[in-house]
Design a binder for this molecule. Structure first.
Ligand code: ADP
Length: 486
């Protein structure tokens, strides 16, 4: 079959620009598609971090102002992992400190609709006749609200088929009102309930969900959940309406970066048949984080954004009980100030037993996956979740709620699942501190039985979370999008 020309449009990409799961997907899925012999290019704003990573980037094309509010820009060409990278250069919009969406004080940049309106518009342009490149996308793959206007531009302006993937429906990109439509270069008639309008605002995500040729999200369970008001908010009716075009495709993980047998962040590499060395990573982590070198109790690990979504308030509520389980806790994260302060205070009350580091630290995240005995992820919702997949691979059984991708990947330990050799973690009965406490008691009891624990670890480590499988599913989705477009 002829290779498809695919434009993967994204607002972040690991390792340089990452606020969450999308960054990891953007770094891995295009590479897997490239390895599957597809003609893939990645479009991303030329943030300072990327300009620094790719100082050799060359000018590919000038882009004139495409709408009243969209400034002129340039496309720069670079290569990452053998893959062509298109950097959208517009210093006035993208050369800023802070993360891609927020200023250094944590507030949304006020011109985000312009910043990501331009990104969406250029993504669409590269799938249209007017493309400034000789290369033209057959399919434009938009991701989350930041590029979700691309399908709208393609719907109204003609061109490539489009796919929109929802990585997290909680962020929808709603801005201003009708004047924004003209400012961004959308036709006036797109301002309607089955166009880009959403409760009097322009919603990037809603526009994409309404107008993309095909939709996907990052796990089968989340694809079902977002059709329900509780998870999908007011977008649930639209998603039910488009349910035949909506697919759940589980993320893979970067099996090279996340490989305990060959992880530069670890002093003691290990594998499923060499689990003894994992214990040395625990001791190293205890030392690094100022925990006592206790070997009689499990060490729980957390690496997470500290937000309501992630459910760590449940952990805070029972935190003072952890040393009595007995268990230790190491937490790396950042987010809500109240939750951050709560964990700092908890660590101060239990020196040597609970250690907390605020901030984003990729290498420490690896050492926690390797050094912890079990990984805690009591999320209220979790579109796919990557950390439970890393945990499975690192022989660190995850403790999760049955939601989204957690429900699709973590299988609670029971007589039946042990017999079937599928048991690989612990699932909370419900969303309460009590349920978390009961699950942690089960973890402690299971951990004391070293043989049983090892079976659990090895079941998890056997799981194939490679991107090759996901890439095949995306390819099928692209072909469906093309069939629908024609
Ligand atoms: P989400 O995208 O909702 O934040 P995921 O589990 O899908 O959650 O992906 C989170 C990614 O970000 C993982 O790669 C995780 O290791 C990483 N991460 C989250 N917080 C931190 C942190 N404080 N330091 C290092 N890595 C982090």
């Amino acid at each position: 079959m002829k290779a498809l020309a695919i434009l993967f449009a994204t607002s972040e990409m690991a390792p340089g620009v990452k606020t969450g799961g999308l960054g990891d997907v953007a770094a891995a899925l295009p590479v897997a598609l490239h390895q599957a012999r597809q003609d893939v290019r990645v479009l991303i704003p030329a943030y300072p971090a990327l300009k620094k990573t790719f100082p050799e980037a060359t000018l590919l094309a000038e882009i004139p102002p495409l709408a009243p509010a969209l400034p002129a820009a340039r496309l720069l060409s670079a290569h990452a992992a053998g893959l062509p990278l298109l950097l959208l250069d517009c210093p006035a919009l993208y050369e800023r400190p802070g993360n891609p969406y927020l200023d250094p004080l944590g507030n949304d940049w006020p011109d985000n609709p312009i910043r990501f309106g331009l990104l969406s518009r250029v993504a669409a342009l590269l799938g249209q006749e007017q493309s400034p490149l000789a290369w033209r996308a057959d399919v434009v793959h938009a991701n989350d609200w930041q590029t979700a206007l691309a399908p709208a531009f393609l719907h109204y302006g003609g061109g490539a088929a489009s796919v929109l993937t929802v990585h997290n429906i909680a962020f929808q990109g709603c801005f201003g009102g009708e004047p924004l439509v003209t400012a961004l270069g959308l036709p006036d008639f797109s301002w309607r309930f089955d166009g880009v309008e959403y409760h009097g605002q322009l919603s990037f995500l809603k526009a994409g969900l309404q107008l993309a040729s095909q939709l996907s999200t990052v796990s089968p369970t989340y694809a079902r959940e977002i059709q329900d008001e509780h998870f999908g908010y007011a977008l649930a009716p639209l998603l039910r309406h488009r349910r035949d075009d909506l697919r759940g495709i589980l993320n893979g993980i970067d099996a090279t970066t996340w490989n305990p047998a060959n992880d530069p962040a670890l002093v003691h590499p290990y594998a499923a048949n060499r689990l003894a060395a994992k214990r040395r990573n625990k001791i190293a982590l205890q030392n690094e984080m100022g925990l006592t070198e206790a070997s009689d109790r499990p060490l729980f690990g957390v690496v997470s954004r500290l937000t309501h979504q992630k459910g760590h308030d449940l952990l805070l509520a029972i935190g003072d009980g952890l040393p009595h389980l007995p268990a230790q806790l190491v937490l790396l994260g950042s987010g809500d100030q109240q939750i951050e302060a709560g964990f700092l205070a908890l660590a101060r009350r239990h020196p040597g037993q609970i250690a907390v580091k605020l901030g984003f630290d990729e290498a420490l995240a690896h050492r926690i996956e390797a050094g912890a005995d079990a990984f805690l992820m009591p999320s209220r919702f979790e579109p796919c979740g990557l950390n439970q997949l890393y945990s499975l691979r690192y022989g660190t059984p995850p403790v999760v709620r049955a939601t989204g991708g957690l429900a699709d990947t973590v299988i609670d330990i029971s007589e039946e699942t042990l017999a079937a050799r599928t048991a690989n973690g612990f699932v909370l009965a419900d969303e309460s501190p009590h349920a978390l406490w009961l699950a942690l008691e089960r973890v402690c009891a299971t951990w004391q039985d070293k043989k049983l624990w090892q079976r659990l670890q090895q079941n998890g480590m056997r799981r194939d979370s490679s991107w090759a499988q996901a890439a095949g599913a995306y390819l099928a989705l692209y072909h469906d999008a093309l069939a629908r477009r024609h």
